[in-house]
Design a protein around this ligand. Structure first.
Ligand code: ADP
Ligand code: MG
Length: 550
C-alpha cells in the first residue's frame, strides 16, 4: 500500500493559523532548544533568558501502522540482545581490543576499551547495569510498492529526544483538538496518532535502577544510604553527565522534573570536567560522591569538609564522542565513574556494544543466532559460563528472521573484497566510523575519494552499509524558529525506545532483578529528502509524530 498523498492542502490563512497555534504551543510546552551558545558569552553560561522552539513538522506524517507495530515488537528482542552482547567480554574484546582489535586503529575506541579492561581486571563492583536504548529505522521501498522497515542504527548511550518526542505528540494532538486541521484529511484523527509515552518510559528505567541501587547496590556491604562524614544521612541521587553549553536541555530537564516531582528522586547535573572532583570511597565499597555545585565551582574547598551526594545511577548524556574528552583528565574522570559502585547507564561495555561495527558483525552468519537461540551459551565469558542470567529467554528462529529482515547489507571495510565491492556500488552505499552524534558518515559520491585517502589499517574502524531507499512522494511543512515554513519532500526516521536493567554476574541478587526490561515510546524525525544526514541537534531533521495508516 502506498502512503497517502500528503499533506492535506489548506489555504494560506489556515496554514498561518496552524503555525501560530503550533509555535505558541511549542513555546508554552517545553518544545524548545536553548539559543546557540556564543563563544564570547561568560563561562560558565549565565542562567538562560530565552529559548527557541524546536523545529517540528506542522502535520504528523503518515507511517504504515503494521510497520510501526512491528518496530515496537522488535524492540523487546533488541533490549535482550544488547544486554547479552554487553555481557560477553570475549566477544567485545575480539572486536574492540586495543591490542588485537579495532582499538588499535581507533584511538577513542581503544581508550574506552582500555578503561573498561582496567576496571574489569580490578573487579567490577556493581553487578547491575542500565541501558536506555533507541533503535532507529527508515521505511524502505524495494520497488513494487511493498514497504518494510530497515534499521539505521542502535543507540546505547545518550538515546535522546524522549521528552521532546512526547511533547511533539502533545503538539499534534493539540492542533487536532484545536483546529481539526480544518478537516483537511479523513485520516487525521486522534485514534490514528501513535501513543507516545517516551518520557514516562525513560524515567521508569532510571527509577527502577535507582531503587535497585537502594535495595541491592550494597551487595556485600552495609545498606546504601549515604552517610556523609558530618553525620547527616543522605539519600543517593541520580547523576546526569552532560555536555558543556548543552542546547538540548529541554529534552533533559523534563526527566529531572519527573524524577523529583513524581518519584522524589533528586538529580545532580554535572559536566565531565566538574566531575574531576568526584570521589570514590575505597573503604566503603567504592561508593561515588559528588560535591555540591558551589563547592565544585569554587577553588580551595576543604576536601574532607563534606562528602557531597552519594550517586545511585550515572546517566550519560555526554561521553559518546571524542570532543567530550578534550584532555586525558576527562578520560580519567570517566574511569573514576566506571570504577564506582553507582549503576552506569551505560557502562563502557554497553556503549561499545552500540557501535556500528557490532551491527555489521551481528549480520555475519550465525552471530545474532548465537546470542538469541542458545540460552546456555549466552555468556561466552569463561568466568560466567554457567550464568545465563541476562534473561534466560530463548527466542525463536522466527524472531531472529524478523531481526535479520530489518537489516540492510552491512560489512566491515577490512573484510575480503570489501573495497572493490563498495567502489562498484558506491552510489548505493554509506560508510560509517564508530562515532555517534551525526556528521561522521561518508555518503555515495564522496566514497571513492574518501577510500583513496583511507589508510589500509584504518579500514577495520569503518563499516559499509547499503542505503535504505525511503518511499518518495510524502511531503510536509517544516517549521523552524525564525524561518519561513518550507514545504519539503520528506523522509521520516522512526526510533523505538526500550530500557533494561541487567547483570551478567552470578551474584546473590534475586532472580527478579537479573533482567528487567521494557519497551515503549518512540521518536519520529523528519527531514528533507535531499539531506543524507538526519540529526535533530545537527539541524537536519524536525520533530514529528506518526500518523498510523492502514
Ligand atoms: P549517527 O550515529 O551519526 O546518528 P547514523 O547511522 O544514525 O549515525 O546516520 C546518520 C543519519 O544518516 C541517519 O539519521 C540517516 O538519516 C542517515 N543514514 C544512515 N544510514 C543510512 C542508510 N543505510 N540509508 C539511508 N540513510 C542512512
Ligand atoms: Mg543516528
Amino acid at each position: 500500500m502506498p502512503l497517502p498523498p500528503w499533506p492535506p492542502s489548506l489555504s494560506q490563512a489556515q496554514l498561518e493559523e496552524l503555525t501560530l497555534q503550533a509555535t505558541t504551543y511549542a513555546l508554552a510546552n517545553s518544545l524548545l532548544f536553548l539559543p546557540p551558545h556564543s563563544e564570547s558569552s561568560k563561562h560558565p553560561s549565565p542562567a538562560p533568558a530565552s529559548a527557541d522552539h524546536a523545529p517540528f513538522a506542522l502535520f504528523p506524517t503518515p507511517f504504515p501502522r503494521h510497520l510501526f507495530e512491528h518496530a515496537m515488537k522488535l524492540q523487546r528482542i533488541y533490549n535482550v540482545l544488547y544486554t547479552r552482547i554487553a555481557s560477553d567480554e570475549d566477544f567485545l574484546d575480539s572486536i574492540f581490543s586495543a591490542d588485537v582489535g579495532m582499538g588499535k586503529v581507533d584511538n577513542f575506541v581503544g581508550t574506552l576499551w582500555r578503561i573498561w579492561k582496567d576496571v574489569r581486571t580490578e573487579g567490577l563492583i556493581q553487578p547491575l547495569q542500565l541501558g536506555i536504548f533507541r533503535s532507529d529505522y527508515l521505511l524502505h521501498d524495494e520497488g513494487g510498492g511493498e514497504m518494510t522497515i530497515k534499521q539505521v542504527e542502535f543507540n546505547t548511550i545518550a538515546s535522546a529526544a524522549g521528552a521532546l518526542s512526547q511533547a511533539t505528540d502533545g503538539l499534534h494532538r493539540y492542533l487536532l483538538a484545536c483546529t481539526e486541521y480544518f478537516h483537511g484529511s479523513d485520516i487525521l484523527k486522534a485514534s490514528n496518532l501513535a501513543t507516545n509515552d517516551t518520557l514516562v518510559q525513560v524515567v521508569k528505567g532510571l527509577v527502577v535502577a535507582h531503587q535497585a541501587y537502594l535495595q541491592f547496590g550494597a551487595v556485600g556491604s552495609s545498606p546504601v544510604l549515604g552517610a556523609s562524614s558530618n553525620g547527616t544521612k543522605r539519600v543517593p541521587r541520580i547523576l546526569f553527565v552532560v555536555q558543556p553549553n548543552e542546547r538540548n536541555i529541554f529534552d533533559q530537564k523534563p526527566l529531572e522534573y519527573a524524577l523529583l516531582m513524581h518519584h522524589g528522586i533528586h538529580v545532580v547535573r554535572r559536566r565531565l570536567d566538574q566531575l574531576a572532583s568526584a570521589r570514590i570511597s575505597e573503604r566503603d565499597g567504592r561508593r561515588l560522591y559528588v560535591k555540591d555545585q558551589d563547592s565544585c565551582d569554587r577553588d580551595g574547598v576543604d576536601e574532607d569538609q563534606d562528602d557531597g551526594w552519594e550517586i545511585s545511577v550515572i546517566y550519560f548524556r555526554a561521553g559518546y564522542t571524542p570532543t567530550d574528552y578534550p584532555t586525558p583528565a576527562h578520560f580519567e574522570t570517566r574511569k573514576l565513574l566506571e570504577r564506582s559502585r553507582a549503576i552506569k547507564c551505560p557502562p563502557i561495555a554497553l556503549q561499545l556494544a552500540g557501535s556500528k561495527k557490532i551491527q555489521a558483525v551481528l549480520s555475519d552468519p550465525g552471530v545474532v543466532e548465537s546470542f538469541l537461540l542458545r540460552a546456555p551459551k549466552l555468556c561466552r565469558n569463561a568466568r560466567e559460563k554457567q550464568s545465563g542470567s541476562v534473561g534466560d529467554h530463548v527466542f525463536t528462529v522466527r524472531d531472529v528472521e524478523e531481526l535479520r529482515a530489518s537489516w540492510m547489507e552491512m560489512y566491515s571495510l577490512d573484510t575480503p573484497n570489501a573495497i572493490t565491492r563498495t567502489l562498484s556500488q558506491h552510489m548505493d552505499m554509506v560508510l560509517k566510523p564508530q562515532r555517534e552524534g551525526g556528521g561522521n558518515n561518508v555518503y555515495k559520491a564522496h566514497i571513492p575519494s574518501f577510500l583513496e585517502g583511507l589508510d589500509e589499517k584504518e579500514r577495520e574502524a569503518w563499516i559499509a552499509m547499503r542505503l535504505i531507499r525511503a518511499p518518495v512522494g510524502v511531503r510536509n511543512w517544516l517549521v523552524r524558529s525564525g524561518r519561513e515554513n518550507t514545504l519539503a519532500n520528506v523522509v521520516s526516521e522512526l526510533g523505538t525506545f526500550g530500557w533494561a536493567l541487567f547483570t551478567h554476574t552470578q551474584t546473590s541478587l534475586p532472580s527478579s532483578i537479573k533482567l528487567q526490561e521494557e519497551s515503549g515510546g518512540y521518536l519520529l524525525r523528519t527531514k528533507g529528502v535531499e539531506s543524507d544526514e538526519g540529526g535533530l541537534a545537527t539541524g537536519f531533521s524536525v520533530l514529528d509524530s506518526a500518523l498510523l495508516v492502514d
